[in-house]
Design a protein around this ligand. Structure first.
Ligand SMILES: [Zn+2]
Length: 730
């Protein structure tokens, strides 16, 4: 039997393939999970079978107009009368088949059902019967859970993953109308773990050549081998599980748990290649995490998934530090998180934990947002991002970088914040209102980079020869380039090269050891350059905290606009004067070769911008992007007051401009508790040639906007933005 929803999906799919299918675009993924736009999750606890009111819960989720609902199947705790040995039935299950009741009710309301699983822990009876399933410390002891020590950590290399979990998926799939399976907490995009169980010892012996270090340490040969073996196992388990869940249901799917925003250690490109659906378990922020953390996650996921299924979980509970599972997060923060999810092209997945909430304030927050999404669904069907600037996602550097770079207030942590470079560039791009996409360093093919006028590389210190070859090819084809600091100084694992691999592109060579960390160094404006616009009234700009000493390769080059003024003491004031006020050492090199422009900064100006907040450095980065673009106008521009993040999409009905208002005292420290509306924003949007725009509509404000069209350019004003506005241009 085909449901109405499936019928609609199938018929719109055939229509769209007809309309969209141009030669340059891939056939869109029309699986149910790629076309869903709203997802929800009730995360049950072991006691819930005593009291859970299935009907009222399903009413709530249906009121969100969900396409798919995630409900606990099993793993740690089975919420149905399982027959799989050592699959622990909820001790409160009694004669109830809670998963079965929920499954029937979910399907009756036309929602897809995804079984939420947990493969990471099991009970002591399993440990006794199958000691080989569990992770071990060096002394052979199992690893109990920190807060629930009656549970023990299972090992990914053991048959628990290949046999036991597969048996559980098969049982659930044979009994219930399950459309997909999701594993909590696995594999994650974060650090690798080292285990000493039998299976792992065999792996170390046969494939690694000894025990890998416990910490991320790419200087260690055994860690490098382990990284590859570990990734191979993750991908192998992922493929096996996808095969198991599709044995009887070809349209079923296995989805693992990724996320981590820009802080990934596992290679997300390799994970994305095997994942039909990328779920970012990126539920919220805490501490001083920047407000844009969710939109940034969307950019990472999209860089490896293209237009395929990407979801992002929003925790409706207060997942700060400390965390509270059973009270509502600040509604403004929750709304902002869902808005960033949608704006960046991901599908929101609204999540509550526990079947008997005493705080229900979160319910309306999700319902309001999801109903608005549902009413405007077609405008969230994106075909491609519209941006002419690409930011390289420096996977290996973020995962492994250990340069001499340290911050002044560094207190003994053994790793630099490898994301600070990207974060600084990101902040500058937001302030500069520049539309951009992330591209993953393992996906620098000519066709990926073709839409972009410039590629920005925030200290990709670790790059392989192949990465460098691709970057060189891009520049040779006319692409422009920004690179900072140690970019290409090391290979992908961090082995130092005698010089930058991209020395030819930068026109710069390394002449000595890294300088820094130092404050109170400067860049001197020695010669005018378009890149230095906006700095009237000063001959000095703030210098980077670290720099690579370089010399220019070309003796006949134009005079160097920015030169290094070396550090001198900042204290006491009597001592604060430059000992060497002028040098001829370049702080940056700007070159032009035909259409291609290259700007290389020898300092970590992106990271220094992020750490110091000095706006001169932000302006310098923004000016650089403008110069790289040359005379070409950006496809979309947005002018006005306020700090915003904006996305432009080519959508199925036309185009959409998404504007997120980050102007908030809680921009770099959550939670947002209220919004501070910004005024009108002037937009210029380039559409396909010959396309006549009939309407421009603000979907949050719910009103038509006046506009004019001159050729390919559509001009309109986005009315004031409180939290989020989406302008549909059709
Ligand atoms: Zn193990």
């Amino acid at each position: 039997m085909i449901t109405r929803r499936e019928f609609l999906a199938a018929s719109s799919a055939s229509l769209l393939i007809g309309a969209v299918g141009t030669a340059t675009e891939q056939t869109p993924d029309r699986s149910w999970y790629a076309t869903m736009r709203r997802c929800g999750q009730l995360n049950l606890n072991e006691r819930d079978p005593l009291t859970l009111d299935v009907a009222s819960w399903i009413d709530y989720w249906a009121s969100l107009k969900l396409d798919a609902l995630l409900l606990n199947g099993g793993g740690i705790v089975a919420f149905y009368p399982t027959e799989v040995a050592y699959h622990h039935r909820s001790e409160f299950l009694g004669s109830r088949d809670l998963f079965g009741e929920l499954a029937r009710a979910t399907k009756a309301r036309g929602m897809r059902l995804v079984a939420r699983m947990d493969c990471n822990y099991a009970y002591e009876d399993a440990l006794k019967a199958h000691p080989e399933w569990f992770e071990r410390n060096l002394n052979g002891s199992p690893r109990p859970h920190g807060e629930s020590p009656w549970l023990f950590k299972t090992c990914m290399f053991s048959p628990y993953f290949t046999d036991q979990m597969a048996a559980i998926y098969r049982e659930l799939g044979s009994r219930y109308p399950v459309d997909g399976f999701f594993t909590n907490g696995w594999p994650s995009a974060g650090d690798l773990t080292v285990c000493h169980c039998e299976s792992c010892q065999r792996v170390y012996r046969e494939q690694v050549g000894g025990t890998p270090p416990d910490q991320v340490d790419a200087t260690n040969e055994r860690y490098r081998k382990y990284y590859d073996v570990y990734m191979a196992r993750v991908l192998d388990v992922w493929r096996r599980w996808q095969a198991v869940v599709t044995e009887k249901r070809p349209d079923s799917v296995y989805v693992g748990n990724l996320g981590g925003g820009i802080r990934t250690v596992k290679n997300v490109k390799r994970l994305g290649d095997v994942a039909p659906w990328f779920n970012a378990d990126h539920q919220g922020r805490s501490g001083d995490t920047a407000i844009w953390d969710c939109a940034q996650q969307g950019r990472v996921a999209r860089s490896v998934m293209g237009g395929r299924a990407v979801t992002n979980v929003t925790g409706a509970y207060s997942n700060s530090r400390p965390t509270w599972r059973h009270v509502t997060k600040a509604p403004a923060e929750t709304t902002m998180w869902m808005a960033q999810t949608a704006a960046s092209g991901m599908v929101p997945w609204f999540h509550w934990l526990g079947g008997a909430p005493e705080d229900t304030r979160w319910k309306a927050v999700g319902r309001d947002f999801f109903n608005w999404l549902a009413a405007n669904e077609s405008h969230f069907r994106n075909r491609r991002s519209i941006a002419d600037i690409a930011v390289l996602y420096p996977q290996d550097t973020i995962a492994f970088y250990r340069s001499g770079a340290r911050s002044l207030d560094w207190r003994g942590a053994d790793r630099v914040q490898t994301t600070d470079y990207l974060q600084g560039l990101y902040y500058a791009l937001l302030e500069g209102r520049i539309f951009f996409d992330f591209v993953h360093e393992d996906d620098l093919a000519a066709e990926t980079l073709r839409p972009y006028r410039a590629l920005l590389i925030p200290n990709a210190a670790y790059l392989s020869d192949e990465h460098c070859r691709r970057i060189r090819e891009y520049a040779a084809g006319g692409g422009s380039l920004l690179a900072t600091f140690e970019t290409s100084r090391y290979n992908e694992w961090g082995d130092a090269r005698p010089d930058f691999s991209l020395a030819d592109l930068f026109g710069a060579s390394v002449t000595g050891d890294l300088v820094g960390p130092v404050g109170n160094s400067y860049m001197r404006i020695d010669h005018p350059h378009p890149l230095l616009n906006g700095f009237d009234g000063t001959a000095l700009l703030p210098g980077p905290e670290h720099r690579v000493p370089i010399r220019g390769a070309d003796a006949n080059a134009a005079p160097v606009p920015l030169t290094v003024v070396p550090y001198y003491p900042a204290f006491p004031p009597e001592m604060v004067f430059p000992r060497t006020p002028r040098t001829d050492q370049p702080a940056a090199l700007f070159r032009q070769n035909g259409r291609s422009r290259v700007a290389y900064f020898s300092g970590d100006i992106d990271r220094t911008f992020w750490r110091s907040g000095n706006p001169d450095l932000g302006l310098l980065l923004q000016n650089t992007v403008r110069w790289l673009r040359g005379d070409e106008r950006p496809p979309v521009s947005l002018e006005g007051h306020g700090i915003v993040e904006a996305f432009a999409w080519d959508t199925e009905p036309g185009y959409a401009l998404h504007v997120l208002n980050y102007t908030n005292p809680n921009m770099t420290r959550g939670f947002v508790r209220t919004f501070y509306a910004i005024g009108p924003q002037k937009a210029e949007f380039r559409v396909a040639s010959g396309r006549r725009i009939k309407s421009v509509r603000a979907l949050r404000a719910g009103k038509a906007l006046p506009f004019t069209q001159a050729g390919e350019t559509v001009l309109f004003e986005v009315p004031g933005v409180t939290v989020y506005e989406v302008v549909a241009i059709v």
